[in-house]
Design a protein around this ligand. Structure first.
Ligand code: HEM
Ligand code: HEM
Length: 179
């Protein structure tokens, strides 16, 4: 339509990464038996996905690169300032607030991998502190993912751009700028 413009933002790897990670985490949180072999394998698969995504953050396509969405203080101030003034702040890639959450989510997955691995080592076997930490990180991941989903829906509504569909199709459809 002539009053909209479309930008291809997410390459197939970013989309495959995102939805594979979502499915694997959901399996570990809600389906697989805690600590069993399948849980451990899927947990390591999540970590592998995150490591590959980090590599892609340096070697990948334009919007996938960390350099293009790293939440620097400057980017953060501009973005939050615009939001607070009720102005549009379209980002073809990730906005700085979303980027902070993305980094938190990636870090939580890696920390789950490390604490999960620790539980199987002689040095920490049966150590309840590590078990509690692993459980706490899993709850933190669940809460952060919940916030991430609500924020994606809220920003889709505020910017009149369906961000969730874009993570499926790869294409963001922006309304024509009126200001
Ligand atoms: C995204 C990755 C992961 C998620 C979301 C996740 C989530 C969870 C959750 C919710 C529990 C139950 C905690 C509780 O009872 O309070 C659990 C337990 C456990 N996880 Fe994971 N986990 C992940 C990765 C891993 C990995 C990579 C390993 C090991 C290699 C692992 C090993 C275990 C073990 C051994 C338990 C049982 C702990 C116990 O005896 O209480 N997990 N995990
Ligand atoms: C465990 C659950 C989830 C995790 C760990 C997670 C993690 C992530 C990560 C790491 C990214 C960055 C993508 C990249 O550049 O590679 C991202 C982006 C995104 N996620 Fe999720 N996600 C989860 C669930 C969901 C769900 C259920 C939805 C939709 C209902 C969703 C919607 C989005 C959207 C729309 C973006 C792109 C936001 C933008 O346009 O800047 N996420 N997510």
């Amino acid at each position: 339509m002539s009053d909209q413009h479309q930008v291809a933002v997410w390459d197939p790897w970013v989309r495959l990464f995102h939805w594979s990670l979502v499915l694997s985490i959901a399996a570990n949180l809600f389906v697989l038996e805690s600590g069993h072999r399948a849980h451990r394998m899927v947990g390591y698969a999540c970590c592998l996905l995150v490591v590959l995504r980090i590599v892609w953050g340096f070697a990948g396509t334009h919007h996938a690169r960390f350099a293009n969405f790293w939440p620097t203080p400057q980017r953060f101030r501009v973005h939050v300032g615009r939001l607070l003034r009720g102005e549009r702040d379209d980002h073809p890639g990730h906005n700085p607030l979303g980027a902070i959450m993305i980094l938190v989510l990636l870090a939580l997955v890696l920390m789950l991998g490390v604490t999960g691995w620790m539980m199987g080592q002689d040095a920490w076997f049966g150590d309840e502190r590590i078990e509690a930490l692993h459980g706490g990180l899993a709850n933190g991941l669940l809460a952060a993912a919940g916030l991430h989903i609500v924020a994606a829906m809220l920003m889709s509504w505020l910017s009149r751009t369906n961000l969730i569909r874009a993570m499926i199709t790869g294409v963001k459809t922006f309304p024509k700028k009126t200001d």
